[in-house]
Write a protein that binds this ligand. Sequence first.
Ligand SMILES: [Zn+2]
Length: 740
Amino acid sequence: MKRAGPLKALISDQKECVIVKLRFTLISLAAMSLSLAACGDYSPTQTTTTVPPTPALAAPTRTIVMVWDGMRPDDVNATDTPNLYAMKTGGANFSDNHSTYPTFTMMNSSSFASGSFPKTSGFYGNTFWTPPQGAANTIPVGKSAAGANQDYQDPVFTEDYAVLTTLNTYYGGQLLLVKSLFATAQANGVVTATIGKSGAAYLQDLNQGGYFLDENTAQPRSLVTELQAANIALPVNTTFNYSSTTSPVTLSATNGSPTARAGYVTFNTAAYDPNGVIPIAARDSTDATQGAPEDAANKYMMSVFTSYILPKKLPMLSLIWFRTPDNVEHGYGPGTANEKAGLRSQDARLGELMAGLKANGLDTSTNIIVVSDHAHSSVSGPTGLYPLFTINASPTAPNGAIVNGATSGTSAASLGAASATGFSFSGDVRSADLLTYRGFQAYDGNGCSTSAMYGLSATGTPTVPVKLDAAGTLCGAVGAKYQAVSSTLGTPVASFKVPAPGSLPTNGVVVAANGGSDYFYVPSHDPATIANLVKFLQRREEYGAIFVDSRYGAIAGTLMMSQVNLENATRLNNGQPDIVVSFNWDDTVMVQGKPGIEFESAGGQRGMHGSFSPIDVHNTLIAKGPSFLNTTITVPSGNVDVAPTIAYLLGLIMPQADGRILNEALVVPSSKSTPAVAASSVAPTSAATGLSFELPTDPTGVTKDATKTVGSYSIALAVKDLTVDGKTYRYFDYAKAVRQ
Ligand SMILES: [Zn+2]
């Protein structure tokens, strides 16, 4: 599956001409002959000045997409992000941009790659299940980027180039069912470069037709040779990528580990043990020593781009995806000291990109598009049930080693008193545990685990107490700690690993726990199991809007997955979930000065995304450069629109994409028609009735919510329909569970 390096070398000198030729072929033969005559002395740095503008197509213009993972639009300001703030005030700011739901990284990575929703692309990241759902189906087999055997019996996390390569093979080279932006560009001779976050960057160039560097490897093999010859270090896992080839990679003695990343700083608390003895780790959100743990890795990757790939390869299309601020938001929560440090370092990377363009004389001829995959919320249950708590800051630095410039380890912080200005210790939900307790046979593959985010009441009572598996019978390891209400059953359960292929119970449920939304797979597709599962989700107040595969028909109080672009016939029974549920959210509650809370799949995070809240959905999109107007765009736009717009900027088209060209922001639009926008709300055909609602504070379901007595559950899906040039594009603002 490795790309052919020599072919690239053969065409690299002619690629700019090919673009120009393609453009003019569409216009007239006479124009084409003119363009061919100009190709002999064509200079890539003068693209926008050597090609006369036409009303039909934009002049191919060098474009760089910089993805700020998890960047909230309300974090753009002159203090923390001065470079991005200057782009916002001096360029095109999209004030109503929409992340693709579920608002995960890899889901939006696929939207950036394909300009499409899962209904078209067939991709269901972050974590999904490629299951042995029948005797004829086999499980994928392969390694991870770190060289280990990858588990595919349990749901798989796709932020890994080796996993994506294995899955692409498993799906016959069709992991993305749409010809991507990068594949379209490369087919027309455009040089591309992709840099950054594991998995998210790689999916852009799945077919490996361009230059690539992420946290694990570099491609093609010739680029590895070039970087080593230039004394540039490589990610240490690069060796695994080439270990089975005829040209394995040996790192130099001074290579080091330029993409190493510290874990989060934590402190120990025994608050989850009713006896106050067993400690578990909690995130130290008061820490201000670490900053963004990936800071040095990002700086390294940006440096390779600006000092080597940009000047040597002159890519016309580049995408640089850094995991900041998302990674620090997960670790400590939006609004915290480390998150703000992350914003400042990410903005410094943008400054380095701008300086790199200027140093190469490319600054005035290059478009920069800054976009986030999604925004970010604080993890918390309702503050009426779960108060925020102070953390008493550590007087000493954390005890771990310095990793690539960042502190690590355990601090001496401690849990303090309830306080409205404190931090959350609630919001975690383990669906497989709650379902198992209620009689379902449910698995998430995540094993025994602990989290300090399962919830502490105002009096300090833990919702899910921590226990020790003294004999190792529940967790498979003597002395393992776990939290699981199903451990109190007659046949206790705490691990939830997926049974081996062929041994899943008849109506077993596999949960792909994803953060702000969960996927439920019911391989039997038994309608009664689906109906019971829906009722369970409607009763439990941790869950928000519920979407069910339309094969089950209309189910009261649910919307069909097709109504939010989540059904794909090619992936039916092979990757597409049966039910997708957003966790419940509240966009008005503030934590650390930032609005927006949500429940999450248990993981101990202080920040999360993936839900259908308006906070997670509304993300950052700002563009500046010769192709963009200086304007604020108030009509809706979306992450699916980014690829078709870039294709247009390169003189290309993506006919399979769901998104549109964002003409309202362009100096030379493909159409000058004015879009019409209509907002409305979509609801299920009928509400579910006769329900009693269960409080999150009691995972057994016994304690009901006395404030909601009507017993009905429905959904409000807020949409905006944008109609332009005879086509209508639907944007989703939020989906909210309505319990009465
Ligand atoms: Zn994230």
